[in-house]
Design a protein around this ligand. Structure first.
Ligand SMILES: *[C@@H]1O[C@H](CO)[C@@H](O)[C@H](O)[C@H]1NC(C)=O
Ligand SMILES: *[C@@H]1O[C@H](CO)[C@@H](O)[C@H](O)[C@H]1NC(C)=O
Ligand SMILES: *[C@@H]1O[C@H](CO)[C@@H](O)[C@H](O)[C@H]1NC(C)=O
Ligand SMILES: *[C@@H]1O[C@H](CO)[C@@H](O)[C@H](O)[C@H]1NC(C)=O
Ligand SMILES: *[C@@H]1O[C@H](CO)[C@@H](O)[C@H](O)[C@H]1NC(C)=O
Ligand SMILES: CC(=O)N[C@H]1CO[C@H](CO)[C@@H](O)[C@@H]1O
Length: 562
């Protein structure tokens, strides 16, 4: 799995969520034209995605009705832009059509959204999204021959259905990512359906597409989660790495929220900004942003101005003049100078810097005081480095499977209230993060970024979860220091395990019929219902002891998954 950068996807958040859902100014032609064009060209997919993400329970038949309606609407508006109904934003038009579908709002508990308008209504739809999709049936897996038959009969309806199934299970993924997934999947299907060994072909060639989707989904969920819990400020800080890519753009651009404008700006000034992105600017909207992000980074700038943030005599005044800008600029400069750091680490440094200044500016000699800020930055970074080192040591020692058990045990101790499925899934994601990162040269940033995403999932995306007071505290207090906070958590001593042992004894025929991944899941579920009883009743084993116990605990057959 390629490491993805959290910060980069803020771009898409504003690009898509905000441009499709927040009020845009229709008179702004620069803004409107590329986006409108994109929407027009992809109206079917966009309708499917939006509907399936808003109303995950909706059937494909419902979706088809809405698609037909939206296509007609688009055609009417393309034919005559001046029709009154065409002054609406596409997203508003779509939401209104959902409300107008007979019986649908009542059936799917959306009626309370219908009476709302603008921001309230968008929020209402947004909070209706369910991150936990266990209520949906498993992703339909067709026999490869059937799949190819369907694909050959109608590529379009096959792909529509695919997008629907993916979108409703990934309600926070941004539309351009899903479009890109669909395009890649189409390629895979096109190639594999010509092969003799279709199943093997699908298995091999679809894996990277699924990996891509999972990675993006994880980032995008976290961007949403951070935004909802900590507001736009935290996102302003997350802008900076995007700037690394295009470090010659003047700083102010980072703070322009309206990303389409940034795009236009980038593409209109490409000659003076970066020769490398010319190609990207020629692409269409969904690929364009990703292309820029993935384009080779420009060389590091020569004019590093980080020192001014600890040496200048007048920092307190500068800070007071425009604090938001001041700190954003600091973060930007710091990140340019420390490309080895992770997004959360840069947020931590920004936080430390804020604290240092707020303390120092109260003293008699502020410059003498804040000159030592660098030591504080160092302290924080050292602490984070130690955490990552330990995590990677665990990985070297125990491998992917062993490390999965270890984190599963730790998570179960700190958050025993979560379901076994969720604990297993979080443990797997931890193991996946370490397996992805612990051999890379940028080990630190990679681990810190990815593990933070796992915590983000635990903390909840569009809800403020209540798990237990200690975990809730870590989730709510400070986004940047979430990792440090979790690192200090002990077992939840107050947890009383349920008295029923039903979970433990549901070992049955079900298990024998399951295959592959499903079998592994069921085995894990069976195995890990034991620790619940273990920890909370009798034993005081260390995490390491438990880990080794479970690693060697192979009564259900060989270890799988590494
Ligand atoms: C477009 O719609 C407007 C407003 O309804 C109407 O006045 C106008 O005649 C229409 N133009 C065409 C070409 O149909
Ligand atoms: C319907 O939505 C309302 C408002 O979000 C919520 O309070 C209620 O529990 C929901 N009902 C069901 C059955 O999901
Ligand atoms: C932090 O400080 C320690 C000791 O003061 C030093 O050994 C280490 O290299 C510093 N780390 C960084 C990242 O500057
Ligand atoms: C979660 O908490 C934050 C901060 O307290 C608040 O702004 C937000 O509205 C809450 N979200 C929900 C869904 O309750
Ligand atoms: C487990 O630890 C608790 C608290 O540290 C202690 O009171 C208890 O005696 C220990 N139990 C066993 C079986 O060692
Ligand atoms: C936090 C983060 O993702 N930082 C990245 C910023 O960009 C540099 C390259 O310029 C990466 O190496 C960092 O990992």
């Amino acid at each position: 799995m390629k490491q993805l950068k959290f910060t980069d996807f803020v771009f898409f958040l504003f690009f898509f969520t905000e441009s499709l859902t927040l009020p845009t100014k229709p008179q702004d032609e620069n803004y409107k034209s590329p986006l409108m064009k994109f929407i027009e060209e992809n109206i079917e997919y966009i309708t499917i995605i939006a509907f399936a993400q808003y109303v995950q329970e909706a059937t494909f038949e419902d979706v088809e009705i809405l698609v037909k309606d939206m296509v007609e609407y688009k055609d009417r508006c393309v034919a005559n832009k001046t029709l009154p109904e065409c002054f609406k934003l596409p997203n508003n038009a779509l939401q209104e059509k959902i409300f107008a579908m007979e019986g649908l709002p009542q059936k799917h508990n959306l009626s309370h959204c219908c009476s709302k308008v603008d921001f309230e209504r968008r929020s209402c739809f947004f909070f209706n999204k369910k991150a936990d999709v266990a209520f949906l049936p498993p992703f339909p897996t067709l026999d490869p021959e059937e799949k190819c038959q369907a694909f050959k009969n109608s590529r379009k309806s096959f792909l529509n259905r695919y997008v629907y199934e993916v979108a409703r299970r990934n309600p926070f993924v941004f539309a351009p990512t899903l479009l890109s997934v669909a395009a890649r999947f189409e390629e895979v299907a096109g190639a594999c359906c010509e092969e003799q060994h279709k199943a093997t072909c699908f298995q091999t060639r679809a894996a990277p597409v699924i990996q891509y989707l999972k990675a993006f989904s994880s980032y995008q969920k976290n961007v949403c989660g951070a935004y909802l819990k900590f507001g736009t400020k935290v996102l302003n800080f997350m802008w900076f790495n995007y700037s690394e890519i295009l470090s010659k753009i003047e700083f102010k651009i980072q703070c322009v929220r309206d990303t389409s404008k940034v795009m236009n700006h980038i593409c209109s000034k490409q000659g003076s900004i970066s020769s490398k992105i010319q190609e990207c600017c020629e692409k269409k909207i969904p690929e364009c942003g990703e292309c820029i992000i993935n384009s080779n980074k420009d060389d590091r700038p020569e004019d590093l101005r980080e020192a001014k943030f600890t040496d200048s005599e007048t920092l307190c005044q500068e800070r007071d003049t425009d604090p938001d800008n001041f700190f954003a600029e600091f973060t930007y400069e710091y990140s340019r100078n420390h490309p080895d750091l992770s997004t959360p680490e840069l947020l931590r440094i920004a936080h430390v810097y804020k604290d240092v200044l707020s303390n120092c500016c109260k003293t008699e000699n502020p410059p003498g005081c804040y000159r030592r800020a660098k030591d504080k930055f160092n302290e924080t970074t050292e602490k984070s480095h130690k955490i990552v080192q330990r995590e990677c040591e665990h990985f070297q020692l125990w491998g992917k499977d062993g490390v999965k058990y270890y984190y599963l045990i730790r998570l179960t101790k700190t958050a025993p209230q979560l379901s076994t499925e969720e604990l297993i899934s979080l443990g797997e994601k931890m193991a996946m993060a370490l397996a992805t990162c612990c051999t890379l040269s940028e080990e630190f940033a990679c681990v810190d970024n990815l593990v933070d995403l796992v915590l983000g999932e635990l903390c909840g995306i569009n809800e403020n979860r209540t798990i237990n007071p200690a975990v809730d505290h870590c989730c709510k207090t400070n986004f940047a220091f979430r990792r440090h906070c979790f690192e200090g958590l002990k077992a939840d001593e107050t947890y009383v395990p349920p008295t029923t042992t039903k979970d433990l004894f549901t070992f049955n025929a079900d298990l024998c019929q399951a295959q592959n991944e499903e079998l592994q899941r069921k085995k894990d579920r069976y195995k890990y219902s034991l620790p619940f009883l273990f920890f909370f009743m009798k034993y005081n084993l260390t995490d390491e002891k438990l880990q080794s116990l479970f690693t060697s605990f192979t009564f259900l057959g060989p270890k799988i998954g590494s």
